[in-house]
Design a protein around this ligand. Structure first.
Ligand code: Q9C
Ligand code: ZN
Length: 697
């Protein structure tokens, strides 16, 4: 079991035989670059490598008409001139004598990947293919795409594996209108696509790429379009789109399989997309999808035309698929106004179809005149970054030295009573060590409750584990403490981290835990208590909210509050403390821990009560190690009180924590600025001390 990588070198055979500036970018070197990147990072060798097979005629027929398949088959025998004439009958397409073979391998690779994942031969995987597929339609090639690889794989998963709910996430920068047409009336396939749209002024210039195309008949609400009306969208915009539009719907849909139309023309440097998301962003997007469908994520390459950016982004995605911790996102995580307008518009348009979006937006936030749902541009928009500007900033984002090193040990469990029966996944370390007695006792002097032997033993174990995390030997860990000493132990952990030059520490405290009062004004700590009596923020760094009682409420809290705060804060380290009476079910605790791996580059310490069941420790160890969290169970709508709490906190905290925003500012309160120039007006963080962050030392 592991990550499958499906590929066949023959897919490099097809190439453009005549001059055509539009088609030139879809070249064989794309695959070579992606594969070389994976080899150089040592990632290819860690995957289960599968040689792609050709899809059969019957399999192509799951989506395409027999006449169209026969027509593509005949291109094998055409002359260059005939190929060029035929190509001219489609929009942005070229044929080569090897196109039929390549396109059958591309579809076959997607099928093989889905088979490997659904039979349990692999957890997840990536098919590196060309030609791409998402523009291709029942009887037409389009936008470099010949057969619709992802659509064929989805239909196959339904028919051959009996699946009922498949999520397709299309993060390519173009609208996969081919996939949309194929499944528009099918409620068993939820299709999400974001795409460069510019109010209809970008290819493929379709009205049906807009937000108001939601599907037809039984399929209404199962097509979700998020059009970007400006170029220059970056990490914060993509992340906000996932947290506030895709993921709420995806959890409610509860897919059995996630297919990704993984185009990397939405990454920085790409000549088609003109967007600014860095390669690490795709690792985070992947991690966010891995909490769905028991981790069954099958990605199939679509676009991506800047070779270096493509290669780096593919590596980042595979790193996440393998379960490695991924580098934190760089840059200020502040979504731009245009992105927020698009996000708000999706939430409003889809709200009638999804419980998870109902009554969650304050309706008065947007002036309805400020965007145009009919697709007609209100004004001519300012252009994005020029190619030259992008090129100068690009090298710093693609520099391999930019990567923080991956700790040799991914997850360690430090419990005072090592339980031999604790079911731990292979690779998780059972830590025996403790901090020196004198050091432990010195810390224990801070609190009476740490005086008893049990608490002292637990503290020694925690300090030892914590130091391994802070010095970069271990990425994440779990430690237990007696309930009576939970608050004191957490207090020591916070102080220990601050001594170790942690610049920002995100503490998520569940149940009855309060924070150290003397650190109340220390902006190095962002404290969030889930389990308070009511929603309240005594400062921008001290927040409390009740524990929601329904799955829907819990998910809104995680996606709408915890993760926006966590990503916005950009912590060095996350502490998750399950205090007395925390009230979380194991799957909820697992989801929270799994999703908190993202913001701090995988540095997470979970603190649990000694009285917790071994199942809790084991479940947490598995997710911190990179396994998918268990299913939360049936979706129950958030209670009105839960929704109120979220709206209340959002209103209060948004001025500082911009990732909480789900709508653009009302006209007159700042207005729209070009995405590329969007900067926070005031940095949310204290000035960074000089010197490298602690994990580099
Ligand atoms: N400058 C894929 O990424 N040309 N296809 C658009 C706008 C067609 C993209 C021209 C782009 C097709 C799979
Ligand atoms: Zn594309």
């Amino acid at each position: 079991m592991g990550t499958a990588l499906v590929y066949h070198e023959d897919m490099m055979l097809s190439r453009l035989l005549w001059d055509d500036p539009e088609c030139r970018i879809e070249c064989p070197e794309r695959l070579a670059a992606a594969l070389d990147g994976l080899r150089q990072c040592g990632l290819e060798q860690r995957c289960l490598r599968l040689v792609a097979r050709e899809a059969s005629e019957e399999e192509l027929g799951l989506v395409h008409s027999p006449e169209y398949v026969a027509l593509v088959q005949r291109t094998q025998a055409l002359s260059k001139e005939e190929l060029q004439v035929l190509s001219g009958q489609y929009d942005a397409v070229y044929f080569h004598q090897s196109t039929f073979h390549c396109a059958r391998l591309a579809a076959g690779a997607a099928l093989q990947l889905v088979d490997a994942v659904l039979t349990g031969a692999a957890h997840n995987g990536l098919a590196l293919v060309r030609p791409p597929g998402h523009h291709s339609q029942r009887a037409a090639a389009n936008g470099f795409c010949v057969f619709n690889n992802v659509a064929i794989a989805a239909e196959h998963a339904k028919q051959k594996h009996g699946l009922h709910r498949i999520l397709i996430v299309d993060w390519d920068v173009h609208h996969g209108q081919g996939i949309q047409y194929i499944f528009e009336d099918d409620p068993s396939v939820l299709y999400f696509s974001w795409h460069r749209y510019e109010h209809g002024h970008f290819w493929p210039f379709l009205q049906e790429s807009n937000v108001d195309a939601v599907g037809r008949g039984q399929g209404r609400g199962f097509t979700v379009n998020l059009p970007w009306n400006q170029v220059g969208m970056g990490n914060a915009d993509y992340l906000a789109a996932f947290l506030h539009t895709l993921l709420p719907l995806a959890f409610e849909f509860n897919p059995e399989l996630v297919l990704v139309s993984a185009g990397f023309d939405s990454a920085i440097g790409d000549p088609e997309g003109q967007m600014r998301a860095t390669p690490e962003c795709f690792a985070h997007l992947t991690q966010l999808l891995q909490v769905l469908a028991n981790g069954r994520v099958c990605a199939v390459l679509e676009g991506g035309y800047h070779l270096e950016s493509l290669a780096k982004s593919v590596c980042m995605m595979v790193q996440a698929l393998l379960g490695d911790p991924v580098p934190p996102l760089s840059g200020p995580l502040v979504p731009c106004q245009s992105a927020l307008e698009s996000i708000h518009s999706v939430r409003m348009t889809q709200a009638p179809y999804w419980m998870s979006l109902q009554k969650q937006d304050v309706a008065t936030m947007l002036n309805p005149g400020s965007h145009s749902p009919d697709g007609t541009p209100a004004t001519l928009l300012p252009g994005g970054p020029t190619c030259e500007a992008a090129a100068t900033t690009l090298s710093s984002f693609l520099d391999p030295l930019h990567l923080s090193p991956i700790p040799p040990i991914r997850t360690a469990v430090a419990l005072t009573v090592p339980d031999a029966t604790l079911p731990l996944p292979p690779g998780v370390l059972c830590q025996e060590g403790s901090a020196p007695r004198e050091e432990t006792e010195a810390w224990a002097r801070l609190h009476k409750s740490l005086a008893q032997d049990e608490a002292l033993d637990a503290l020694g174990k925690l300090l030892y584990l914590f130091d391994r995390i802070l010095d970069g030997q271990v990425s994440s860990g779990i430690t237990a403490t007696p309930a009576s000493a939970a608050e004191a132990t957490l207090d020591v952990a916070i102080r220990r981290a601050l001594c170790h030059r942690a610049q920002r520490l995100f503490c998520v405290a569940l149940g009855q835990l309060d924070w150290p009062p003397d650190l109340a004004d220390d902006r190095r700590i962002l404290w969030l208590n889930i389990g308070g009596k009511e929603a309240a923020a005594s400062s921008m760094f001290h927040i409390s909210t009740p524990l929601p009682r329904t799955t829907g409420g819990f998910l809104s809290c995680v996606l709408g509050l915890v993760l926006p705060l966590a990503y916005g804060f950009q912590p060095d380290l996350v502490l998750v403390a399950l205090g007395p009476a925390h009230g979380l079910q194991n799957p909820q605790a697992a989801l929270l821990a799994a999703m908190l791996r993202g913001p701090a580059g995988g540095r997470v310490l979970a603190l649990i009560g000694e009285e917790s069941t071994p199942q809790l420790a084991s479940t947490l160890a598995r997710v911190l190690h990179g396994e998918a969290p268990p299913n939360l169970g049936p979706f129950l709508m958030a209670s009105p009180e839960d929704i109120q709490a979220l709206l209340h906190l959002r209103a209060q905290l948004e001025p500082r924590w911009k990732m909480l925003q789900v709508a653009g500012e009302a006209p007159g309160s700042g207005g729209s600025e070009p995405a590329a120039q969007s900067q926070p007006t005031e940095g949310p963080f204290p000035a960074a001390p000089s010197g490298p962050p602690f994990w580099v030392a």
